[in-house]
Ligand binder design. Structure first.
Ligand code: NCD
Length: 424
């Protein structure tokens, strides 16, 4: 039965079709297709007719996980220039999917079943001039899980920038110490400026309200994995982005990255003054997507396949703007029950404001299997491992350099992990 689901999903991927258009192409109802895609344990599951099985058996398998020739992928998304990752604008669909296949190959290591030493001896400089927990630690952990080591500095206070040192000098100095650099900085464009002064790989870990490309990559990876389980395709998906869309760099990168796919509907739910920058809205529309800007959750969440909530970026606002933020953007159990479907994927880049009554994604959803936020944070490891492996040219070596992890680690990571969280 698993085979039946796999065959159908492989066919949808190979033919690049949504569930609706696939059902249409097969000449069956969407309901019939849904029943074929359900797990065999479900009472609603149905076997697909032999004639359909025979037709699909002729399709070639999805491409193998391994990337092309060493250095090829790096050359593709860096346009043969310096090996930096500064913006999602560096990707086309094929390249991003190739990178995410490298991330999939990292899963056994990320899941602590295997270890590798392909980056043994290499050092990462992790420079964070803005607060961070998951981005800083997951970049560091990803580098370590490839066998490398990490040196970091956090905040301006403990760096020489507080003494007036320029980005250019800092960049050149760091280049003498490490083999790759991740930078987070409060000013838009600052990481690109850093990258101009070095030939080492530089990765943008968030530049003010600009971009956060690796977050968008791990968000796309998460959406694809969740959709794979649900039998959905990114093409044609309805994605609701909620919250502070003006200052949130994660949504700035995500809308651009998702725009590489086809026929999406973006519902942008933001209060007045915190809307998505017009240039990003126009770019998504120009790429052929439907973009609806709405001001209430009720208008935005209807039929959403993905609900992507974001935090209000208080640190990037003045007092008045903050007061203008209405109190009805709280996404809790009630909002989900009344506005979302049983298979909406609920995401958030985190951190969320967990204080009582906070206007953010509520903790009362923590047992809801639709809440993908911790699967999303977990996915930061394989995706950032893939970025390092590709930028440092070792992605083809990882498969040849795997040993079993000798230590004991739990099968499930957190108490709220839904049963389908694939940790095996
Ligand atoms: C985000 C960021 O720093 O842009 N967090 C993250 O990296 N996962 C989102 C935020 O701070 O709200």
């Amino acid at each position: 039965m698993e085979d039946q689901q796999a065959t159908l999903r492989n066919a949808m991927t190979r033919l690049d079709l949504t569930r609706d258009s696939f059902a249409d192409r097969l000449g069956v109802s969407r309901r019939a297709l849904d029943s074929w895609l359900l797990p065999a344990t479900s009472g609603e599951h149905r076997r697909m007719p032999g004639v359909v099985a025979k037709l699909l058996a002729g399709l070639p398998e999805a491409p193998p996980v391994a990337a092309g020739a060493p250095g090829e992928l790096r050359a593709r998304f860096t346009k043969r220039g310096k090996p930096h990752l500064l913006s999602v604008a560096q990707f086309d669909r094929e390249t991003v999917e190739a990178l995410l296949r490298v991330a999939e190959a990292m899963e056994p290591i990320a899941r602590r079943r295997k270890v590798t030493r392909v980056l043994e001896g290499a050092v990462l400089g992790n420079l964070f001039f803005e607060p961070s927990t998951r981005t800083r630690v997951s970049f560091g952990a990803a580098f370590c899980r490839l066998g490398g080591s990490v040196c970091d500095t956090t905040g301006f206070t403990f760096s020489s920038m507080v003494k007036g040192e320029s980005i250019a000098d800092t960049s050149r100095v760091m280049s003498g110490y490490v083999d790759a650099i991740v930078v987070r900085h409060p000013e838009q464009g600052s990481v690109a400026e850093f990258a101009r002064h070095t030939h080492l790989p530089v990765i943008n870990g968030g530049d003010g309200t600009g971009e956060h490309p690796t977050q968008a990559l791990l968000d796309l990876y998460t959406i694809r994995r969740e959709f794979e389980r649900l039998g959905k395709s990114v093409d044609g998906a309805r994605v609701a982005m909620v919250g502070d869309l003006r200052h949130g760099r994660t949504v700035h990168s995500l809308i651009r990255l998702l725009s590489l796919y086809r026929g999406l509907t973006f519902r942008l739910v933001a209060p007045p003054s915190l809307e998505m920058p017009p240039a990003l809205v126009e770019a998504a529309a120009a790429a052929g997507h439907k973009v609806e800007q709405v001001a209430t959750l009720a208008d935005g969440l209807r039929n959403a396949d993905v609900l992507y909530a974001t935090r209000i970026q208080k640190e990037r606002m003045s007092g008045e703007a903050l007061e203008a933020y209405p109190a009805d953007f709280r996404i809790d159990r009630r909002a989900l029950a009344t506005l979302c479907s049983p298979d909406t994927v609920v995401m958030h880049p985190l951190p969320r404001d967990g204080s009582a009554g906070a206007n953010d994604l509520s903790t009362d959803l923590d047992d809801d299997p639709r809440l993908a936020i911790f699967r999303q944070t977990d996915n930061g490891i394989p995706v950032r491992m893939a970025v390092f492996a590709v930028l440092l040219g070792v992605e083809h070596l990882v498969g040849r350099d795997l040993r079993d992890a000798p230590w004991i680690s739990p099968a499930r990571l957190g108490p709220g992990d839904a049963p389908f969280h694939r940790l095996a």
